[in-house]
Write a protein that binds this ligand. Structure first.
Ligand code: FSX
Ligand code: SF4
Ligand code: F3S
Length: 361
């Protein structure tokens, strides 16, 4: 793989074993059978690596950091091996005018063919003056680059939906890419930061099948965001049995009980976190004792806060009953088809939560 070293390449020494392992992990995340792994590997090894232009706007750079500098170096290296990264402010060597020339040259040379990755929200208030790079607003840069891309990957909740910058009262008018760009296929990979496996799976899907993966109505690939966290959480049996941590550090918390009452938003959040997990140490927020804060959902800074308070009281469909969270476990409720009922219940909770949203989208 070394002869294919990317133009921006932090460490090209990915081992064959690590390469195959990362492709296998991505295939599993994509829900592909083992038989598809050779196809993925073939696509990843193709000499025709797609050019990627990566723009940074309003954000913390956590998306890049988690992708390239985590304890899963093979995934970061594999990504840098399978793409030709022409412009990425965090890791590129050129700066100033040279960097701007790289962007311009690559965009013109690869017009209609490159993948544009956007990290960070785009401020639109005050003509976009809250975020400027080389004297130009993020809005201007996006408007110039986006129409020339073959596809756009919005990485992170910020570029997907606005993220923390868009939290009420959203002083900079921060928006996600889909709010501003049309006419180019766009996929959102939300999460604050998102799981590198999901990004890798999306890129490999594009290379293998020549199109972006199927998405939900929020633009998220179904392979990664098709299920509620609550539906495949390892603490789910405790929820169903009514065993909850009442506060951090108590008996229930120490014994791995459900974190619903200390604020877990897993019942309202769609993501593959329990399955994909993070880093090579195989953890995710709930596995280490912290509730999900809903970071893959639009407006989660508004709609999922306070983070340490449980979901509000909810109506039980068809019963006219308003239940508090103590009644949420199926044992206490005595609802026969508890799985479906509880999902319907939390679905209503979401619409109640959404009532808090004030931000315009
Ligand atoms: Fe946003 Fe990315 Fe949150 Fe940060 O850069 S999704 S603030 S973790 O990392 O854009
Ligand atoms: Fe898991 Fe949270 Fe659901 Fe409890 S509420 S089962 S901790 S996702
Ligand atoms: Fe985010 Fe919840 Fe996963 S906080 S990382 S979506 S567990």
């Amino acid at each position: 793989m070394q002869e294919q070293a990317s133009k921006i390449d932090m460490n090209p020494d990915i081992s064959r074993r690590g390469f195959i392992k990362s492709c296998t992990v991505a295939a599993a995340a994509l829900g592909l059978s083992e038989a598809m792994i050779p196809k993925l590997v073939e696509a990843a090894e193709s000499a025709q690596r797609p050019t990627v232009i990566w723009l940074h706007f309003q954000e913390c750079t956590g998306c890049t950091e988690s992708l390239l500098r985590g304890s899963h170096p093979d995934i970061g290296r594999l990504i840098l091996d399978i793409i030709s990264l022409d412009y990425h402010e965090t890791v590129m060597v050129p700066s100033g005018h040279q960097a701007e020339k790289s962007l311009h040259d690559s965009m013109e040379k690869n017009a209609g063919k490159f993948i544009l990755v956007v990290e960070g929200a785009i401020p639109t208030a005050d003509n976009g003056n809250f975020c400027k790079i080389s004297g130009r607003t993020a809005m201007d840069i996006l408007a110039e680059v986006a129409p020339k891309a073959a596809a756009i990957i919005a990485i992170g909740t910020c570029s997907s939906y606005g993220g923390i910058q868009a939290a009420d009262p959203n002083p900079t008018g921060a928006k996600g890419v889909r709010d501003l760009v049309s006419g180019v296929p766009i996929v959102n990979i939300p999460g604050c930061p998102p799981n590198p496996i999901t990004f890798l799976g999306t890129v490999l899907h594009f290379l293998t099948f020549k199109r972006l993966p199927n998405c939900d109505n929020l633009g998220r690939p179904l392979f990664a965001y098709g299920r509620r966290i609550h539906d495949h959480c390892e603490r789910r049996a405790h929820f169903d049995e009514g065993r909850f941590a009442e506060e951090f550090g108590d008996f229930g918390h120490k014994n791995g009980y459900c974190l619903y009452k200390v604020g877990c938003k897993g019942p309202e959040t769609f993501s593959n976190c329990p399955a994909a997990r993070f880093n090579d140490v195989d953890v995710w927020p709930v596995s280490v004792g912290h509730g999900c804060i809903g970071c893959t959902e639009p407006n989660f800074w508004d709609s999922m806060t306070p983070f340490y308070e449980r979901l509000p009281n909810v109506a039980i469909p068809g019963t006219g009953i308003i239940a508090d969270a103590d009644s949420a476990g199926m044992k206490i409720l005595g609802v026969a088809a508890a799985g479906a009922a509880i999902h319907a219940v939390v679905g209503i909770a979401k619409s109640k939560i959404k009532g808090k949203e004030k931000r315009e989208r």
